[in-house]
Design a protein around this ligand. Structure first.
Ligand SMILES: CCCCCCCC(=O)SCCNC(=O)CCNC(=O)[C@H](O)C(C)(C)COP(=O)(O)OP(=O)(O)OC[C@H]1O[C@@H](n2cnc3c(N)ncnc32)[C@H](O)[C@@H]1OP(=O)(O)O
Length: 205
């Protein structure tokens, strides 16, 4: 399923995806460039002017496309885009491609970005699976970095709910480059007390 096919609300359309994607390209280039002093002054002025132009279009929380893009794994100024290929009540899998803006060391992904990707990917999966809307909250997220995670090529990402105990969902997830395990996560997501989730048959208590 392409990114455009995943767009199912009025806030995010193909033009928005082009807009966010072109901003991602700018972020990539800023991370790679070392402009000389003269160009830097000019670019700083251009960036300031651009920020002011975008600021003219500020809207309330519920009308911000970033909110809906972030909840769908679509291009977003900060979050890492991903695609879900298989999605069930207890497990999910898909692909993720980290960009140049996500680099820590040369050509490998910054560890904090990997944690952020897991948090977003698992959080949205738990919310879909357990029916708590977008209210599942990360209580803890433990990440083990097993091998360097490359930027610029599709990697597989998957997660499964290991168990559900009342408001608590224990989840395991991993990112792999082919057969190589790059990172794995063990997480606890908690549903707020006033929003009990229905639970998943066979996993809940
Ligand atoms: C745009 C896409 C978004 C995608 C979603 C991404 C998800 C996120 O990033 S959410 C933001 C990051 N997380 C947060 O800000 C959460 C902040 N913390 C909180 O809100 C609360 O501490 C919260 C909700 C986790 C738990 O609070 P509360 O509802 O009062 O529950 P509380 O009674 O303390 O604990 C409930 C159970 O969880 C357990 N628990 C809570 N926190 C932890 C923890 N860190 N470690 C282990 N167990 C824990 C408790 O021991 C308790 O267990 P039991 O029921 O067996 O006694």
């Amino acid at each position: 399923m392409t990114a455009a096919e995943r767009v199912d609300d009025q806030h995010v359309d193909d033009r928005y995806l082009d807009y966010a994607g072109s901003f991602n390209r700018l972020e990539d280039e800023v991370c790679l460039a070392a402009p000389p002093e003269s160009a830097m002054s000019e670019l700083t002025a251009d960036f300031s002017a651009l920020a002011a132009r975008v600021a003219e279009h500020r809207v309330d929380y519920d009308r911000r496309p970033t909110r809906y893009a972030g909840m769908s794994g679509l291009p977003h100024p900060i979050l890492v885009p991903y695609e879900v290929h298989e999605d069930g009540p207890t497990s999910t899998s898909g692909t993720v491609e980290f960009g140049l803006r996500h680099m820590g060391n040369e050509n490998v992904v910054h560890g904090g970005i990997i944690s952020m990707m897991f948090d977003d990917f698992i959080g949205m999966f738990v919310s879909r699976s357990l029916g708590s809307g977008s209210s599942a909250r990360t209580a803890y997220l433990n990440v083990d970095y097993r091998s360097m995670t490359p930027v610029g090529r599709p990697l597989s990402v998957s997660a499964e709910i290991a168990s559900v105990q009342g408001r608590k969902a224990f989840v395991e997830a991993r990112i792999c480059d082919g057969e190589t395990l790059c990172a794995e996560a063990h997480a606890l997501f908690v549903c707020p007390a006033d929003q009990m989730w229905p639970g998943v048959a066979g996993l809940g208590d």
